[in-house]
Design a protein around this ligand. Structure first.
Ligand code: MLT
Length: 414
């Protein structure tokens, strides 16, 4: 008899985005005319083409693969040295942050890294997760058996939920109780909130005092406007973070790599976790061991593509992509406000977090906006119980679509 992983049976419903996809497909099949004017602002998937610098570099890399002399087979599991060096220099050292090339681990996506990191962390950790939250943090802990079953509200036993509400600006405060692992995401998915320096300082202080580890998801870092002062781009801007934090970054939302797949994780060599006997051990060699055993590296072509994002042209092209999506966010914010809705986020972030009208649940708002405006949004309750009464609009779209959504939203009669 082969046994399954019972933990999977604890998972509530399907993963949020496939579930939305199923509902939208059913709606389109039943309403072919409405389907023609459908605009998708649900999943945060980029819409604009890859930067020309990336395309040029990918073509070159493909050509290299065509010749025995320049062909590349397996690469280093942690990433090619030239990419790790470009990342560490441009994203960290040039900003005065102490991150070494070999503390960068290149992968095929941040979602995978956020889940895989649990391989090297123990199963007795008390885990703190924001509510609402990117569902991957919760579901991967459920799969790994770190939680109890879910209650009727969908909250899993053993997880310490950190409520994010308008009253705390959707940024969680450190809890009064002890936790060992803390997931933080800034700029935040789904709320679009950004943590400022004092807020992150409080978390680093807490983590150091509790010998806890912060899993810091900075996938949307590029959306922090250059004029936004006091908003850290990296957790390593906070003194002490090298002793208590792992940072996840992605090329999906800056370089438009959702379909290319490349990301990286920073594991400082000074970061320790503890054995059951209480002995401190560095996590860096464990993550390296994990990567060499379970991963064969992102492809050569993809890593060359990522390297192109750090060229002068690449940086300028990323900047204009970000400006495009942030411009959409502004258009959508204005549209939702004009509709009389209360709007959060969408500044320094590509997500707009919108309060539903009084008495309307997140899924009711989803159905109404889909059915009447033919726009797909994401129901806030899909991100956690504290997301109930909200919905998220993604700014990843063409400008014309963003403008059309901003025009349609105020036409809805609630
Ligand atoms: C989202 O819509 O929340 C994101 O696309 C999810 C992701 O990046 O995996």
């Amino acid at each position: 008899m082969a046994y399954l992983n019972d933990n999977y049976l604890k998972l509530k419903a399907g993963y949020l985005f496939p579930e939305i996809g199923r509902r939208v497909k059913a709606f389109c099949e039943a309403n072919p005319e409405a389907a023609k004017r459908l605009i998708r602002c649900g999943i945060g998937d980029v819409t604009e083409p890859l930067p020309p610098a990336v395309i040029a570099q990918m073509h070159k890399a493909v050509d290299e693969m065509a010749s025995r002399e320049t062909f590349h087979g397996y690469g280093p599991e942690q990433g090619y040295e030239w990419l790790r060096a470009a990342i560490a220099k441009n994203d960290f050292r040039d900003r005065g942050l102490d991150v070494a090339d070999d503390e960068i681990f290149v992968s095929d996506g941040s979602k995978c890294d956020c889940g895989s990191i649990l391989d090297i962390l123990g199963d007795k950790n008390k885990i703190a997760i924001s509510d609402p939250v990117y569902p991957v943090y919760v579901d991967t802990n459920v799969m790994a058996g770190h939680t109890g079953p879910a209650n009727d509200a969908g909250a899993y036993g053993k997880i310490v939920y950190l409520p994010c509400r308008a009253s705390n600006g959707f940024i969680p405060e450190p809890p009064k109780r002890h936790v060992d692992l803390i997931y933080l995401c800034s700029p935040n998915n789904p709320t679009g909130a950004v943590a400022n320096r004092p807020q992150l300082e409080a978390w680093v202080k807490y983590a150091l005092e509790h010998k806890a580890i912060i899993l810091f998801d900075a996938a949307y870092e590029a959306y922090i406007s250059p004029d936004a002062s006091g908003i850290p781009h990296s957790i390593y801007e906070i003194p002490g973070a090298r002793e208590c934090a792992i940072e996840f970054r992605s090329f999906s939302k800056n370089g438009g790599f959702t379909g290319v797949r490349c990301a990286f994780t920073v594991v400082p060599k000074s970061l320790n976790a503890f054995t059951k006997a209480g002995e401190a051990k560095p996590l860096h060699p464990l993550w390296s061991r994990r990567m060499t055993t379970k991963f064969n590296g992102a492809s050569y072509i993809v890593q060359r593509a990522a390297e192109a994002l750090y060229s002068a042209e690449g940086k300028a092209q990323v900047k204009s992509l970000i400006e495009h999506y942030l411009g959409n966010a502004e258009v959508l914010r204005k549209g939702a406000k004009k509709a009389g809705l209360k709007v959060f986020g969408g500044q320094n972030a590509p997500y707009i977090w919108v309060r539903t009208p009084k008495g309307v649940t997140s899924w009711q708002a989803f159905d109404k906006i889909l059915g009447e405006a033919n726009v797909v949004i994401t129901p806030g309750s899909g991100f956690g119980s504290k997301g109930e009464g909200y919905f998220r609009i993604s700014a990843f779209n063409s400008r014309a679509n963003a403008e059309e959504v901003a025009r349609r939203l105020p036409e809805l009669k609630w």
